[in-house]
Design a protein around this ligand. Structure first.
Ligand code: GLN
Length: 191
């Protein structure tokens, strides 16, 4: 079984943990650099990206996270977590980790419609479309050449993105009872 951690600074930590437990996957809360080194995968939850990035820097997690991700640590950012792992933001703050070659605009959907729910079809996930909950979600405005778009919203906005072992979703799979995105991440982390 791959070793999975959840960055337990702020946000949907418990909800991600419940999803992993539901599929029989063990997990641990991660707050310190020393807790990163034996992980196969790390989830960065939704919440508030400025707070999460501020604490990443306060706890000196930035450099180890960047170097471990370059060396094969799987990382999955959901919503605020997507902002944290992005290469570039169209906003001034925060300074993201740059783990996946996407440019993101914070709260871009939020200005039009604060939150909404819909279904998305995701490459690599069998069965019916996945129920997706968007809450002040980031919008992906550019993707690099090596990035795979696994799902879009209405054939347009990318909402599930993967580059090697880095995964990002602009919605919150941890707020549903559908464990298929978590199963996909565990498979990526164990590969
Ligand atoms: N808009 C939030 C941010 O910029 C993210 C919202 C969320 O994670 N639901 O961090």
């Amino acid at each position: 079984m791959p070793k999975i951690g959840i960055l337990a600074i702020q946000g949907d930590v418990r909800e991600h943990g419940l999803m992993l437990s539901a599929i029989g996957q063990q997990w641990e809360e991660v707050r310190l650099p020393s807790q990163l080194y034996d992980l196969d995968g790390l989830i960065i939850p939704g919440g508030e990206s400025t707070t999460i990035v501020q604490m990443i820097d306060t706890y000196d997690l930035r450099i180890p996270l960047q170097s471990l991700a370059t060396n094969g640590l799987a990382v999955w950012g959901t919503c605020a977590g997507m902002i944290v792992v992005a290469k570039k933001l169209s906003d001034r703050k925060p300074v993201p980790l740059g783990l996946i070659d996407i440019e993101v605009s914070r709260n871009a959907f939020g200005r039009q419609i604060d939150s909404f729910e819909t279904t998305v079809t995701i490459t690599g996930i069998d069965g019916p479309p996945v129920h997706a909950v968007f809450i002040r979600a980031p919008q992906v405005i550019n993707v690099g050449p090596n990035v795979d778009v696994l799902a879009t919203l209405g054939n347009e906005d990318p909402v599930v993105i993967r580059e090697n072992k880095i995964l990002a979703t602009s919605f919150h799979p941890e707020l549903t009872h559908d464990t298929r995105m978590h199963e996909l991440f565990v498979r990526i982390a164990g590969s």
